[in-house]
Design a protein around this ligand. Structure first.
Ligand code: ZN
Length: 471
């Protein structure tokens, strides 16, 4: 009987023991919501996602200690690994997690704030756009431009495959005129019976490109007759925009001052002689143009006294300007005449010629003399006094501007030639101590000869050119 009971109880105890052991062994790491892979946008903060892990069973579960190894650089796109170690007492569990730092921001395409205009011939269509990506930076070079009729589409992808696309209308229009460029000078001077060589021109158009072969040239140059001629170059682009350009050609003969001409020019040069007078005399000789030199005896001109003799010998008129060019000569008539006679004597010593042709320093209209004359209106007095003594004085009616605001040869040419009209007497004021002014003389001469003017030197018979007295 006792043995029989044991046979029943022992297996029950054994079963219970096994049950306890099994129950105890059921305790393990319980893992919920752990993600093997995570994606986070770049430049955001990474928060460790450990899931829910505990140690135990479904009836009772103990909190575990978590340690983490591995680094993530969220500023760089890439795949990173974090290792979590969960520990409970002497038991531990390790889990790996893959973190993908990604770029999910689209690039941005920017278009200029203006209409897209294309050439009607649709040649070389190309429009401007820029692209920028937060992660990759400037992506302008990666833009793909597609043109479809009157729309242009720009597309761009960043290094992570994020894309942007923008479409804009195209207006087909050409209202820009072609540009003609002349070969050679725009103003040419040709000697009488010389040769005019047509040098042609080139034409460029914004839409049609080089359209030189469409230039139509008209006009002729008759080099056997002095005068002004024009060659006109005209070109039209495929959209009908027209451009024309004119070249002026002046055919001139050497000056003939015995010719009965109604239009005379008197070139006059004050304040010299000086370092440029020799060059000026060379030019005058080349065109057989006589001029008038109103000379001085300032320290800077003394070294060029030989130029007075050369000018005289070459047929120019030597006029008297002043010995000192100091305005204190205007104190009274004695001081004025003392100065005038000094320069007259000097010219006489050099040339043997007694000049009676004068120009007042500052001209007869000057107001600077009022600083010296103590209110005596010296210019009113002197203009009468010189004539009473047999002198003739000359002012000017064309100023080259070379004593003041003008400092370029081209401007001197313009100041003179633009004032030449159909009058009979043009008296031009220049200063042969100014190199840039002397350099203008050749072009003035060629221009005026072609226009039918005759150059003359002042004589005692030359028509009067007087300013209004201003004192
Ligand atoms: Zn002067």
């Amino acid at each position: 009987m006792k043995k029989k009971v044991l046979f029943i109880i022992l297996p029950v105890i054994l079963i219970l023991l096994i049950g306890v052991v099994v129950f105890l062994n059921l305790n393990s790491f319980q893992v919920k919501n752990f993600k093997d892979t995570l994606e986070i946008p770049y430049n955001t903060t990474f928060h460790a996602d450990t899931g829910t892990v505990c140690f135990g069973n479904k009836f009772k579960c103990h909190e575990v200690k978590v340690t983490k190894t591995g680094e993530i650089d969220t500023s760089k796109i890439g795949t990173y690994e974090i290792k979590y170690t969960y520990t409970y007492k002497n038991k531990s569990l390790t889990k790996n997690q893959i973190i993908k730092v990604i770029d999910n921001i689209n690039p941005i395409i920017t278009l200029p704030d203006q209409e897209f205009i294309g050439c009607p011939n649709k040649q070389d269509l190309k429009f401007e756009a820029t692209a920028y990506d937060e992660y990759d930076g400037d992506l302008t070079a990666n833009i793909i431009e597609t043109i479809n009729d009157n729309k242009v589409t720009f597309k761009v992808s960043d290094s992570s495959g994020n894309t942007a696309e923008i479409t804009k209308d195209i207006t087909y229009l050409d209202n820009a005129s072609p540009i003609i460029t002349l070969n050679g000078e725009r103003t040419l001077y040709v000697n009488l019976n010389g040769k005019y060589q047509e040098q042609g021109a080139t034409a460029e158009d914004n839409c049609d490109g080089n359209i030189t072969n469409k230039i139509v040239t008209s006009g002729t140059v008759n080099t056997s007759t002095p005068g002004e001629y024009q060659i006109t170059y005209e070109v039209t682009d495929s959209a009908g925009n027209k451009t024309s350009l004119v070249r002026k050609i002046f055919v001139y003969a050497k000056n003939n001052y015995n010719a009965p001409s109604g239009k005379s020019i008197y070139l006059t040069f004050d304040d010299g002689p000086g370092p440029y007078t020799g060059k000026l005399l060379d030019v005058l000789k080349k065109y057989e143009v006589p001029a008038t030199f109103f000379v001085t005896n300032q320290s800077l001109t003394k070294n060029y006294d030989n130029m007075i003799l050369r000018a005289y010998n070459e047929g120019h008129t030597i006029g008297l300007h002043t010995n000192t060019h100091n305005y204190n000569i205007y104190q009274n008539s004695d001081t004025y005449f003392a100065d005038l006679y000094a320069i007259q004597a000097k010219v006489q010593r050099i040339t043997g010629y007694t000049s009676m042709i004068i120009r007042f320093p500052g001209g007869s209209s000057n107001t600077i003399s009022m600083n010296y004359d103590h209110g005596t209106k010296i210019m009113s007095e002197l203009t009468k006094a010189v004539e009473a003594k047999g002198f003739r004085y000359f002012d000017w009616n064309i100023s080259s501007g070379d004593a003041g605001e003008t400092t370029s040869t081209a401007q001197v040419v313009k100041n003179i030639t633009s004032n030449l009209g159909n009058g009979s007497t043009y008296m031009v004021l220049q200063h042969d101590i100014k190199g840039f002014s002397v350099n203008a003389v050749e072009e003035v001469i060629k221009y005026a000869l072609a226009k039918g003017y005759t150059f003359r030197a002042i004589t005692m018979e030359t028509p009067t050119v007087h300013h209004r007295i201003n004192n």
